[in-house]
Design a binder for this molecule. Structure first.
Ligand SMILES: Nc1nc2c(ncn2[C@@H]2O[C@H](COP(=O)(O)OP(=O)(O)OP(=O)(O)O)[C@@H](O)[C@H]2O)c(=O)[nH]1
Ligand SMILES: [Mg+2]
Length: 286
């Protein structure tokens, strides 16, 4: 079972609480491939009554039908959710539009008091590696926030002010101290929100293969040109290793190398558009 207690978590929590009063809208960035597991309930709690937008980022890697189901799910809860691709800025306009709507009455009130053209201030929060800094850069139209393909890139808070209608507060990723269930840990490992150093890649890949062979069997069959899938994830991992020529000295299949390939392929979208979680009660169509 994966458990990770990042040292900076308490610090980030404090940072969020202290800066909440300075911002107008909280952007809760989640990973569209794992909308349940990447939604940190602590953030919702910390954000209190501040207007919130759920930004389903990396939507380019997710299953679009599933993203729409999640947007509907949030709508039902009275929460605005928007899907984005921070890399090509798709969906970013919708976030800005939603933010303007959510802050309209406040801005009208300010205008009546003589405060006009006051920027809308965003606080960008979320678990590690979901693309918080990338979303800021996409919104701001310039690469002001540091981005990287592993968790823990943003260390402290950083205000991004480039003039104009909006200002952004970037924050480090925040995980919760104890995952609700074992699966949450796995899901976050699949998408790279947990430091690779603490992961057992073979275990993670076997879990992912197990899930994919039921929900997206074609993704595995086609990506690795397999004839069929076994009920045993380890047998599938070995088949993948064989196809990819992963061998240790002596000719045996290198399961660890194959495991890294599978995880890497999933993370980079090479297995296709995949969403691993649907709202409770909604079933995957086969
Ligand atoms: N495919 C795809 N990749 C993205 C998207 N947004 C961000 N990325 C990539 O995801 C990785 C993480 O992005 P960051 O912006 O550093 O993520 P972060 O949430 O700020 O991460 P921390 O600061 O470490 O918590 C980078 O490699 C980005 O290029 C997206 O919409 N689609
Ligand atoms: Mg960051």
């Amino acid at each position: 079972m994966i458990q990770w207690y990042p040292g900076h978590m308490a610090k980030t929590k404090k940072l969020i609480i202290e800066n909440l009063k300075l911002v107008d809208v909280v952007l809760h960035i989640i990973d569209a491939r794992v909308p349940r597991s990447s939604y940190n309930p602590l953030i919702e709690k910390l954000s209190g009554n501040k207007p919130q937008i759920v930004v389903m980022n990396k939507a380019d890697l997710a299953d679009d039908a599933a993203s729409e189901i999640w947007i509907e799910y949030y709508r039902g809860k009275g929460i605005k959710a928007v899907k984005t691709n921070a890399r090509n800025r798709k969906g970013i306009k919708d976030v800005l539009k939603a933010a303007k709507e959510l802050t309209e009455s406040k801005r009208e009130k300010m205008a009546r008091m003589g405060y006009v053209n006051v920027p809308i201030k965003f606080m960008i929060v979320g678990i590690p590696n979901v693309g918080k800094s990338a979303v800021i850069n996409a919104m701001a139209g310039s690469a002001k926030a540091k981005v990287g393909n592993k968790p823990g890139i943003t260390r402290g808070k950083q205000w991004i002010r480039i003039g104009g209608e909006f200002e952004y507060l970037d924050t480090p990723g925040i995980l919760w101290p104890k995952f609700e269930d074992e699966m949450t840990g796995y899901m976050l490992a699949f998408v790279g929100s947990i430091k690779d150093e603490v992961l057992d890649f073979e275990e993670i890949a076997l879990k992912l293969i197990g899930i994919l062979s039921h929900r997206y069997p074609q993704a595995l069959l086609e990506s690795y040109q397999l004839n069929c899938l076994s009920e045993d994830p380890y047998a599938n991992l070995l088949s993948i290793g064989e196809k990819r020529g992963c061998r240790v000295k002596g000719g045996e299949i290198d399961a660890l190398k194959a495991a890294r390939i599978v995880i890497d392929d999933f993370r980079n979208g090479r297995l296709g558009n995949i969403t691993l979680e649907l709202p409770e009660g909604v079933k995957y169509e086969q």
